[in-house]
Design a protein around this ligand. Structure first.
Ligand code: G3P
Ligand code: CA
Length: 230
């Protein structure tokens, strides 16, 4: 398990879903755009189809981001692939995303549904992906499964609101990273997490004044829809 924080003077630039706000989120075009922008990592969201494929889509339903309607978990891959995820882009499989990113950009793979952890790990392993991979989730049980599946994995515990003892939560989950909602990040909290040798990322930071504040806090990575502003 890696416990070292990156020796970076600058915070990592991390594209969020659809880097730069122009490419449709969670598509191969958004990955290409993040590469073109020189992001260190791109954050994408993973769900499972009815027939067991892992795909990149944020919501449990396809309604907001495609021209279709329905639950991802109730649709087969073949049906999902007929949908337009924006600008003619298709919903990518995890395998396609890994292929698009390997050797070009690191990935933050956010687990959005329960029961994905073992398949996620084995697909990443089988892909031979080169570059940093970080597994993230608000579903902390999934993070425990990921840790069991891969004792060396970089794992980011996502927190909507920091619990009383955020280092205890990270230790319980054997996380290497903590992802804070940017408006909950404070200097004492970042210092506490750093003292516990945790890497601190903040999401989702779009306004220049908020980006400035995050820099001043000394966070290690800034997740943004506009990584060109970082
Ligand atoms: O990486 C954290 C961030 O992506 C979580 O929020 O809703 O945009 O997936 P959301
Ligand atoms: Ca996400």
């Amino acid at each position: 398990m890696t416990k070292e924080r990156p020796p970076k003077k600058e915070a990592l630039r991390i594209g969020h879903r659809g880097a730069c706000g122009h490419a449709p989120e969670n598509t191969l075009r958004s990955i290409a755009q993040a590469v073109a922008l020189g992001c260190d990592l791109i954050e994408v969201d993973v769900q499972r189809t009815k027939d067991g494929h892992l795909v990149l889509i944020h919501d449990a339903r396809v309604d907001r981001t495609t021209n279709g309607k329905g639950l991802v978990a109730e649709m087969n891959l073949e049906d999902l692939r007929k949908l337009d995820a924006g600008g003619g882009q298709k919903i990518p499989t995890l395998e396609e995303a890994l292929e698009a990113a390997t050797g070009r950009i690191g990935l933050i793979l956010e687990v959005k549904a329960e029961g994905l952890a073992y398949d996620l790990c084995s697909i990443v392993r089988a892909s031979g992906f080169t570059g940093p991979i970080l597994f993230a989730s608000f579903l902390h049980d999934e993070l425990q499964h990921l840790r069991r599946a891969d004792p060396e994995a970089r794992i980011m515990v996502l927190l909507k609101r920091p619990p009383k003892d955020p280092t205890a939560e990270a230790a319980r989950l054997q996380a290497t990273h903590v992802g804070l909602r940017f408006d909950t990040a404070t200097k004492p909290l970042v210092t506490t997490l750093h003292k516990a040798r945790l890497t601190v990322f903040v999401y989702t930071v779009n306004k220049p004044k908020d980006i400035q504040r995050m820099r001043a806090l000394g966070v290690d990575g800034i997740i943004s829809d506009y990584p060109d502003r970082i």
